[in-house]
Design a binder for this molecule. Structure first.
Ligand code: ADP
Ligand code: MG
Length: 257
């Protein structure tokens, strides 16, 4: 990590509450360029909240968030703290594309239109060029033939691959995945897992919330085990999965095995 090559995302001592409920209690997360960081932990441990704080979809009350070395500028403090610079927020959001458990495709648009929408309307890119890219990414995730289909005509696995193509078409600096395979039947899970592995292999920066320990073990450079809003244990996947140090992680892994 040098000044010329800062982490894509760097979070220090992040605190987040919903009203009185403190759900992140001083969390650090660093995603170096080209690395995959996985977040694991029980339901309610704060994984989605942390992921959503990364791209400022959620506000936080304390701690620092940096994107490619650039610190988010805040005004106010505590529950009155908000990002100070809308342009900076937009820049971060458009550079950190998110893939959700429930795909969130627009039902009234074709698959191609879904993939093209944000680059054209948010980034104001030339529609002809965007269409070319969109078709390229649809081919990459293996659904080039579905460009003109409606989302409802696709299987869950195909819809999630369309959502990944949509995220890729923004040409983001990092991809944020929130349980991308959790809504899928087991036989459809693998087609999405295959795409995520291919993205990891080509050196994409990713933060992956997943319940799939095998996937986390396969693709991660670093794994963070969250428990009740705190990092209970973190490290390289071989150590976390092969030689967990805490009773909590051992318990969690044996319950998910
Ligand atoms: P995970 O993704 O690990 O299951 P979440 O980040 O979704 O956990 O949730 C962490 C905690 O925050 C949970 O106790 C959850 O009920 C609470 N929470 C999440 N979103 C909200 C919200 N919008 N308002 C209030 N509480 C929330
Ligand atoms: Mg969640």
């Amino acid at each position: 990590m040098t000044a010329e090559n800062p982490p894509v995302i760097e979070i220090r001592d992040l605190h987040k509450s919903y009203g009185q409920l403190e759900v992140l209690k001083g969390v650090d997360l660093v995603a170096e360029k080209g690395h995959v960081v996985s977040l694991i932990g029980s339901s309610g441990s704060g994984k989605s909240t942390l992921l959503r704080c990364c791209n400022l979809l959620e506000e936080s009350q304390q701690g620092e968030i940096k994107f490619e070395g650039e610190a988010v500028r805040w005004r106010g403090e505590g529950h009155n703290r908000h990002p100070a610079d809308r342009a900076q927020v937009t820049r971060m959001r458009t550079n950190l594309s998110m893939v959700f458990q429930q795909f969130n495709l627009w039902a009234h648009m074709t698959i191609l239109q879904n993939v093209m929408e944000a680059p054209v309307t948010v980034l104001k890119r030339d529609p002809k060029e965007v269409e070319e890219k969109a078709r390229h990414y649809l081919a990459k995730v293996g659904i080039a033939d579905k460009a003109d289909a409606w989302p409802a005509m696709l299987s869950g696995g195909q819809q999630q691959r369309a959502a990944i193509a949509r995220a890729l078409c923004m040409e983001p600096r990092a991809l944020l995945f929130d349980e991308p395979t959790s809504a899928l039947d087991p036989e459809l899970e693998q087609e999405v897992v295959k795409v995520i592995k291919a993205l990891a292999d080509e050196g994409r920066t990713m933060i992956l919330v997943t319940h799939d320990m095998k996937l986390a073990a396969d693709v991660s450079d670093h794994v963070i085990f969250l428990h009740k809003g705190k990092i209970e244990e973190e490290g390289p996947p071989a150590r976390l999965f092969g030689n967990p140090q805490t009773d909590r992680l051992r318990g969690f892994l044996s319950a998910t095995a």
